[in-house]
Design a protein around this ligand. Structure first.
Ligand code: FEO
Ligand code: CA
Ligand code: CA
Ligand code: CA
Length: 627
């Protein structure tokens, strides 16, 4: 870590923000940067001419609604939104309507899950005509909250039935969605609708499949696992499948103290697996969550899972080649030689940014010919150098420090213990990497660092140029440009695009625009890029820093408006906003409103959105479009 205490904050900013941004003002610093920015601007201007996007950043920004707390959603003038689906909505005909008092695990497994996160839209037909009005929508369900689900919930003594309902409310949902003649988006009860839950059989593939560390009494082969947990972000592949990312899996497991001293126990502790009982107490009813009984079950979570949305009977696959950690996201893009690169961060304080590049090229023909593509390739971890350069360091067993002498037994061990491997390689400890999104229009990549309240505090890493603020409560966004603008490159340049927070705070940076010209945000989380190359950001935790509910803002990343944020949407009291995915014609943006009213309970709600006369707040997906 660099000691920046002798430098002023302005000096750091000047060094790490200046180059591409200053081009806006006509100041050319270096030839490389000039080429990048001029190419990016030209591409973006071409896109602006040809794109029919409904989301061009020319609308009057939404003023954050007052008074606080504001218990509804709000949207910028000229836009409207449709409520598409809520937690508990039935996916098939013939079920009773949702009622908090009559929930069962069997019903929940046929209903929309809890706490919606990342979304992805797929045209209904994989090929053929597509008007962007008939599609499949995947939605992650990140986690459950018993106090918000059940009127009689005792966190110290959850019931077996409550736990099983929660298992069935995890994972993800695939629904058929369509736009009616009046423009309104609805979901349909279709035989393509599908739930994947915390008990769905899932195959484990790739270099770590079958490894002894993945074997359990339920699965002595180490190649099959029940369910996916804490599905946060994700990405769509170039062959029409989706990747859903397992994030904070530590909270489901108990009794790390029962493990023998060694790397696995130490890594569990680094993940946050408790020494004793878990906060959820699932281990009381399902022994696989008790490490004293199933020491390896936790090793089977923290992966990226691939699902084919067009084949409702296809088994999901955990792709171990992409490494195991608290995966936030898995957005990808093609490399210049036709391979697939997946960017994925590990969302915890002082953890790392990763990239996976396939060994083989993407083949035409959809999911079938690319079935094993993600099982072979190289996982890299990022080092952000102080001078604005950076390296992708390969996590390959037997190279560099990743040797048996250093305790890394095999490639499987390197992947299962990717955090340990990243530390050994000297990766840069970041301020909680959330979503990472490549921008194929401009040829850049964006990384949301949501916050890190321990940066620079006693006993923790100090600030560095890529994480330049101590006690970074508001978060920032880094722009990364791969060498040759090729996602397959092993080096890059980076600079800071945004330093979020209150514009009166001199440590913030919004492209050089002042308070009157921008929409303030804090805690950037989910990202999306549209066909104009504009960047969209959903926040998670803005109200802890600013007098506002969480927001969706858009900003240009090239041209004179680079860095100028404009608010489109505001969420409900207590929620975070997630999702952000466009339909194929970019007339609609899908956004999920996760945990509205969080902090309340069913009996003492702080919100009942979206049905204020209803029983409870219900996490939902909305479709945003021009009015
Ligand atoms: Fe699930 Fe890091 O947000
Ligand atoms: Ca997130
Ligand atoms: Ca994204
Ligand atoms: Ca978050």
């Amino acid at each position: 870590m660099t000691d920046l205490s002798s430098e002023t904050f302005e000096t750091i900013l000047a060094r790490r923000i200046s180059r591409r941004s200053m081009l806006r003002a006509g100041i050319v610093i270096g030839a490389g940067a000039a080429v990048h920015a001029s190419v990016g601007s030209a591409v973006a201007e071409t896109a602006a001419v040809t794109s029919k996007s409904a989301f061009k950043l020319n609308f009057p920004p939404l003023e954050p609604p007052v008074p606080m707390p504001f218990d509804d959603v709000a949207i910028a003038d000229t836009f409207t939104h449709d409520l598409v689906i809520r937690w508990g909505d039935n996916l098939v005909d013939g079920l009773p309507e949702f009622n908090v008092l009559t929930q069962t695990p069997e019903l929940q497994a046929q209903r929309f899950g809890f706490n919606s996160d990342w979304t992805a839209y797929f045209p209904r037909n994989r090929s053929g005509p597509d008007y962007g009005r008939d599609g499949l929508l995947w939605v992650n369900h990140e986690y459950t909250d018993g106090l918000m689900m059940f009127p009689a919930y005792d966190p110290e003594n959850p019931t077996n039935r409550q736990v099983d309902i929660e298992l069935a409310a995890h994972g993800g949902t695939l629904i058929r969605v369509a736009q009616a003649q009046n423009g309104r988006w609805v979901y349909l009860r279709s035989d393509l609708n599908r739930r994947v839950t915390a008990v769905t059989p899932i195959q484990i593939t790739g270099p770590a499949a079958g490894d002894p560390a993945l074997q359990t009494s339920q699965d002595p082969t180490g190649r099959g696992v029940l369910g996916t947990l804490n599905n946060c972000g994700g990405g769509v592949t170039g062959w029409g499948t989706l990747l859903t990312a397992e994030e904070n899996f530590d909270q489901y497991f108990a009794n790390n103290a029962a493990l023998p001293e060694g790397p696995q126990k130490a890594l569990n502790a680094r993940f946050g697996v408790p020494e004793g009982e878990s906060s959820r107490k699932w281990e009381r009813f399902h022994s696989r969550f008790d490490l004293a009984q199933e020491p390896n079950e936790a090793n089977r979570f923290g992966w990226v899972v691939e699902i084919d949305p067009y084949n409702p009977t296809a088994t999901p696959r955990k792709r171990t080649a992409l490494g195991r950690f608290k995966h936030e996201a898995a957005a990808g893009t093609k490399t210049k030689n036709g391979r697939w690169a997946v960017y994925t961060g590990d969302d915890a304080r002082f953890e790392f940014v990763y990239k996976f590049v396939t060994r083989d090229r993407v083949r035409p023909g959809g999911a079938v010919p690319n079935r094993d593509l993600l099982d072979n390739g190289t996982l890299y971890v990022a080092r952000f150098n102080d001078d604005g350069s950076g390296e992708w360091l390969p996590l390959v067993h037997g190279t560099g420090p990743l040797t048996e002498a250093n305790g890394f037994l095999s490639q499987a061990d390197v992947l299962i213990r990717a955090r340990d491997a990243g530390t050994a390689l000297g990766a840069t400890a970041m301020d909680r990497p959330e979503d990472i999104e490549p921008n194929p229009v401009v040829g850049s990549v964006y990384i949301a660092l949501t916050n890190n309240d321990r940066r620079g505090t006693e006993g923790n890493p100090d600030v560095d140029p890529a994480n330049p603020r101590p006690v970074n409560v508001a978060g920032h966004v880094i722009e990364l440009v791969e060498a040759g603008r090729d996602a397959g490159a092993t080096s890059f340049e980076w600079e800071i695009l945004l330093l979020c927070g209150d514009t009166d705070d001199p440590s913030t940076y919004y492209g050089g625009f002042d308070k009157s010209q921008v929409s303030e945000i804090a805690a950037p989380d989910n990202l999306a890029v549209d066909s104009l190359g504009q960047l969209w950001i959903a926040t998670d935790g803005a109200p802890r820093v600013l007098p506002m509910n969480d927001a969706v803002v858009g900003l240009p990343v090239v041209g004179p408006e680079r860095g100028r944020t404009r608010q489109l949407f505001a969420g409900v009291f207590g929620c975070e906003l997630t999702g952000i995915y466009f339909n194929s014609t970019e007339t609609t943006m899908f956004v999920a409103v996760q945990h509205p009213g969080e902090g309340g309970t069913v009996l003492e709600p702080t919100s009942k959105w979206p049905n204020n006369a209803g029983q409870v707040a219900r996490s939902s997906v909305v479709a945003i479009r021009r009015a």
